[in-house]
Design a protein. Structure first.
Length: 279
């Protein structure tokens, strides 16, 4: 499947590269194994990104040698990518664009974030445009479906590419082209942000892989408990959403109830504080 996907991306002119793969327990396929600080996310090629290719013969040789390799795509050639890796990043992007989200391709990343594809801008990589939002442009790469994440989940399409990629919206373009961002500012709509976090954490729990479902549920309950403690979310609503998501993941009733209760209690004790806001 990875080979067919890699060849399909290459046919559309996107340079492809094989990337290391995470094994069970988060062990990377590279020589560092369990000591790797970026499991399943760095190139297998000696010269990394510079060897990315659209040559079907080269790509076939790579995936014949490494059939389980994750699929990396070089950015800045056919597309640039907005890399959203947290609920805070998604909220920040939506706020920046006034909730007018572009209709282009979107990928659900293995870690529960999103990749949004745009026409190339000519700009290079930028990190922390806002908290949780990076930009992958010239000199960068992203993982693409059907790559696997260290959590055991896969990269999947939310919206597949169509006939043309969207042009980057002006507010996002100006942010990328401008100076480095200032320190974190207060979140303008913390109640809306909390709802986004609830949606993201519930989705993460529902998609959790066997072997990490309970831990994922506990982390989600803790994260959402912080918003309950701040008065931004209702404890009953959080409990219902997480329980429904955990049932979809395959957890049993007793395990669900105990994990949610303990996670929420711990989260309430560490209530959410709006970044940049004076105490």
């Amino acid at each position: 499947m990875s080979l067919m996907a890699a060849l399909a991306y290459a046919r559309h002119g996107i340079p492809v590269l094989p990337v290391h793969t995470p094994a069970q327990g988060g062990v990377c396929s590279c020589a560092r194994g369990a000591r790797c600080d970026s499991p399943g996310k760095h190139p297998r090629l000696r010269h990394g990104l510079t060897e990315a290719s659209t040559d079907p013969h080269v790509i076939t040789l790579w995936w014949t040698h490494w059939p389980q390799a994750n699929v990396g795509l070089r950015t800045g050639v056919v597309m640039d990518v907005a890399d959203v890796d947290s609920a805070q990043g998604w909220h920040g992007l939506r706020h920046l664009l006034g909730d007018e989200m572009p209709p282009g391709p979107q990928v659900r990343t293995g870690g529960g974030g999103r990749h949004l594809w745009f026409q190339p801008t000519g700009h290079g990589n930028r990190v922390h445009l806002v908290p949780g939002l990076d930009w992958r442009g010239a000199g960068g790469y992203v993982l693409a479906p059907p790559s696997r994440h260290v959590a055991g989940t896969g990269y999947t399409w939310i919206r597949r590419p169509g006939s043309a990629l969207p042009v980057i919206p002006a507010p996002l373009r100006d942010l990328i082209a401008g100076p480095p961002p200032a320190p974190p500012q207060p979140i303008a709509h913390p109640d809306r942000y909390a709802e986004v976090v609830l949606e993201a954490e519930s989705d993460r729990v529902a998609r959790a892989a066997v072997g990490c479902r309970n831990d994922t549920l506990n982390r989600a309950a803790f994260a959402l408990g912080r918003f309950v403690g701040a008065g931004l979310l209702d404890a009953g609503e959080v409990h219902r959403e997480l329980a429904a998501a955990a049932r979809r993941a395959g957890l049993g009733p007793g395990e669900i109830e105990g994990t949610i209760r303990s996670g929420l209690r711990a989260g309430v004790r560490h209530r959410f504080e709006n970044p940049g806001r004076a105490a």
